[in-house]
Write a new protein. Structure first.
Length: 230
């Protein structure tokens, strides 16, 4: 590979990395906005989240096309090939996070349109905060290609699962105490499920980063096995 071709190749790889980080940052803003819309019910914010979904989908297509071009035309060596394959997996998870943010925004619109917004429970607020932190950490790891974040995210994911059970118990209590809250509580249950899925996808992103950086596939590894990641 001559120097000119090598420079073009490096630029393609850098562009793939830049685009997937850009997609991650945009998705993170969607999630932050969706969580905010639960409290505010802002129509402008909800509409903005829905509009951004088209941008996220466009980025996914652009990244997939670029990855295909790199593989087909450049035939990357092992390390670079791992990175390209990881990028393709990451874009899928990021797109699904965007979908969950859209679902949360639509639930926020429904709750506020019904005129029966329920104050988010303490557990729901805690869960949203944990998931937002997880996503922020996953995008940071993607930006720096730091494999160490996978361990911390795995621990936070286990914490999210416990908090979700707390949210479920609180919502059930509300419905038993006052059946008039059933519809609203079910709406918030859907929100909690979306938050749980966002956390799962954030973990997936960190696992793809591990694969890109080290060549290790830790998708089904235990926390103890992830703890020995260099």
């Amino acid at each position: 590979m001559d120097s000119h071709t090598s420079k073009e190749y490096d630029e393609l790889m850098a562009r793939a990395h830049r685009l997937v980080v850009q997609m991650g940052e945009r998705v993170k803003r969607q999630v932050d906005g969706a969580v905010e819309s639960l409290a505010s019910g802002s129509s402008a914010l909800i509409n903005q989240i829905l509009r951004h979904e088209a941008v996220v989908n466009s980025l996914e297509r652009s990244i997939d096309e670029l990855a295909g071009q790199i593989i087909a035309r450049r035939q990357p060596a092992a390390g670079d090939l791992r990175f390209v394959l990881a990028v393709v997996g990451i874009t899928t998870d990021l797109e699904r996070i965007g979908d969950e943010a859209k679902k949360i925004a639509l639930q926020a619109r429904k709750v506020h349109a019904d005129g029966k917004p329920m104050q988010r429970t303490i557990e729901m607020q805690r869960m949203a905060g944990i998931v937002q932190d997880m996503l922020r950490a996953a995008i940071g790891a993607l930006d720096t290609l730091d494999p160490g974040a996978a361990v911390a995210l795995a621990r936070r994911d286990a914490e999210t699962d416990l908090v979700f059970q707390g949210v479920l118990r609180q919502l059930i209590s509300f419905m038993i105490e006052d059946p008039r809250t059933i519809t609203c509580c079910l709406d918030f249950l859907f929100v909690a499920k979306s938050l749980e899925r966002i956390g799962d996808h954030a973990v997936n992103v960190s696992e793809h980063v591990v694969y890109a950086a080290t060549g290790r596939d830790v998708r089904h590894a235990s926390l103890e096995e992830k703890s020995v990641i260099p």
